[in-house]
Design a protein around this ligand. Structure first.
Ligand code: NAD
Ligand code: MG
Length: 388
């Protein structure tokens, strides 16, 4: 029996995780489920899985969740602090599927109690990679990647000597606007940017795929998690989304990971690791698929990629600022305050000003400093959008 907690249980990754767990209820005990405003789903899943505790991250949703779970014996709590407390409760395996930097503190809490942290929340490593990796080592916790590319690299590296690794290639579909003429990008709406060609995901990551901010975060995630130098990490456009990553060795071999565009593969791999178990994902018929295509990403279409390389060169709190500025720029785009093509220049400007005025490259990485840099970067984006 494995005790599991799912942070962000009501989202896209959370629901895929629940799908796997609900197929073998006798194998799991659910310590806690956390979610946001979708109280019906949170309550229904808590009952269905026999969770001990259900938590919404919104203080004002406390009564609503209590109503829905009254008489069930399931403990209820609300607020950001309650989410972190749920993550700190004893569990063998904790899925971190919160979206955004809000996943950082709960993820740290889960590692602190020695759990295996299945990490879908890449923002954790982008904002505070060195801190989080050190915390995992010190507490005896373990991180397993759930992002499809990183799960693919992790699998391709199994049994290999890291010293023979020459490069890592992560793939990108190119997102919803890949084939749009460049001069139309400025006018793309949130709805248009949120139509992913291959993956069904949360709204924010889908738009980040169209801008490649998602791939930018993943470049940093690769660097932080695997300890691979930035100049050894490449991005390749692969519009079929079937080859998720490749690891290149000094003898010229490329080990590719190929699988369906279904997150239950990467989630299931992290759930059963180090074993492999049967998973309810489709089996690829490569003869039917016929062609796999690859091309280099255009830096003009996808400026976020160069920004990520700048952030890795800067170090310090640059990742925290980059991620927070990106999240706030995305909010402004979703609110229709700025255009799609304005997000990257805005994030770039915030990095410039905070590098000049706040010395973010040199700052020591503590959790407090990361959270403060995150807060400041968001405020600067809001100020810039208001001035505009
Ligand atoms: P989603 O928007 O579908 O779900 C997000 C979940 O987080 C929800 O349960 C929501 O209630 C909760 N949440 C939102 N704000 C919160 C806050 N402030 N505090 C606590 N909980 C909060 O997102 P998703 O697509 O499932 O993505 C989750 C994470 O996984 C992201 O970091 C994303 O980058 C990563 N990821 C997602 C996919 C995918 O296929 N969806 C693939 C790879 C990585
Ligand atoms: Mg990914």
């Amino acid at each position: 029996m494995k005790t599991v907690t799912i942070l962000g249980a009501t989202g896209s990754i959370g629901q895929s995780t629940i799908d796997l767990i609900a197929r073998a209820p006798q194998a799991y005990e659910v310590a806690a489920l956390t979610g946001g405003r979708n109280l019906d789903r949170l309550a229904a899943d808590a009952v269905r899985l026999g969770a001990r505790r259900a938590v919404t991250c919104h203080d004002d949703a406390d009564a609503g969740l209590r109503d829905r779970l009254s008489g069930t014996g399931i403990e209820v709590a609300a607020g950001a602090q309650a989410v972190a407390e749920a993550a700190a409760r004893p569990a063998d395996w904790v899925m971190s599927a919160i979206v955004g930097a809000a996943g950082l503190v709960p993820g740290m809490a889960a590692l602190g109690q020695g759990a295996t942290l299945a990490l879908a929340n890449k923002e954790t490593l982008v904002a505070a990679g060195p801190l989080v990796m050190a915390h995992a080592r010190a507490s005896g916790g373990r991180i397993l990647p759930v992002d499809s590319e990183h799960s693919a690299v992790f699998q391709a590296l199994a049994g290999e000597d890291m010293r023979s690794v020459e490069r890592v290639i992560i793939t990108a579909s190119g997102g919803a606007l890949r084939d749009w003429p460049l001069d139309r990008l400025a006018s793309a709406t949130p709805e248009e940017a949120a139509r992913h060609p291959n993956w069904s995901m949360g709204q924010r990551i889908t738009i980040d795929s169209a801008s490649m901010f998602n791939k930018a975060l993943e470049l940093i995630e690769t660097h932080e998690f695997f300890g691979i130098a930035p100049n050894q990490i490449e991005v390749l456009i692969h519009k079929e989304s079937l080859v998720h990553a490749l690891v290149g060795h000094v003898d010229g071999a490329l080990m590719a990971h190929i699988g369906p565009a279904d997150m239950r593969h990467a989630i299931g791999y992290a759930l059963h690791w180090p074993d492999r178990r049967d998973l309810p994902v489709s089996r690829l018929d490569l003869a039917q698929i016929g062609t796999l295509s690859f091309s280099a990403p255009d830096p003009v279409r996808y400026p976020a990629l160069d920004l990520a390389r700048r952030v890795m060169a800067m170090g310090g709190l640059a990742g925290a600022v980059f991620n927070a500025a990106k999240e706030a720029a995305l909010d402004a785009f979703l609110d229709r305050r700025i255009g799609f093509a304005a997000m990257a220049p805005l994030v770039s400007r915030i990095l410039d000003t905070m590098s000049a005025t706040d010395g973010l490259e040199k700052a020591t990485m503590t959790l407090d400093n990361v959270l403060e840099a995150d807060r400041l970067a968001r405020q600067r984006v809001i100020d810039a959008v208001n001035e505009h």
